[in-house]
Ligand binder design. Structure first.
Ligand SMILES: Cc1cc2nc3c(=O)[nH]c(=O)nc-3n(C[C@H](O)[C@H](O)[C@H](O)COP(=O)(O)OP(=O)(O)OC[C@H]3O[C@@H](n4cnc5c(N)ncnc54)[C@H](O)[C@@H]3O)c2cc1C
Length: 97
């Protein structure tokens, strides 16, 4: 480790996305995840980026919906979460699920 390392606390969806983005920008990243040493009430695995949710990322309509616009912005920024969602989503109307 050195002074320019970025330390990210928590390897959930947000932490892994942040680590991926920073690493792709050339930063040295240290991702700190407490599981499985310490568990949470919501997570069931010891894996990073566990999808702790009912599986809905809500609307994917980037022209008429703010959440959909955020999805599109994340895709254009190279989001690993949105790339994974593209390959694993299930039919859910206009939502990403
Ligand atoms: C039952 C349920 C249903 C949900 N349904 C939806 C849904 O349908 N759609 C939706 O968008 N959201 C839903 N959510 C919310 C969902 O939890 C978040 O969208 C998403 O998981 C948030 O990601 P995150 O990375 O911010 O947090 P998390 O996924 O919770 O990740 C935080 C990580 O930090 C780790 N951590 C915490 N403290 C420390 C520490 N001190 N040191 C090291 N590691 C630490 C934890 O172990 C965890 O891995 C739901 C949540 C629950 C509980």
């Amino acid at each position: 480790m050195n002074e320019t390392d970025i330390h990210i606390i928590g390897g959930g969806l947000a932490g892994t996305e942040a680590a991926w983005t920073a690493a792709n920008a050339g930063c040295q990243v240290v991702l700190h995840e407490m599981r499985p040493v310490r568990k949470t009430a919501a997570h069931h695995t010891d894996s990073l980026a566990e999808l702790v949710c009912s599986n809905s990322f809500r609307s994917d309509d980037h022209e008429n919906n703010a959440v959909g616009l955020l999805h599109e912005e994340m895709r254009r920024c190279g989001s690993i979460i949105m790339e994974a969602a593209k390959h694993h989503k299930v039919p859910a109307g206009g939502a990403v699920a």
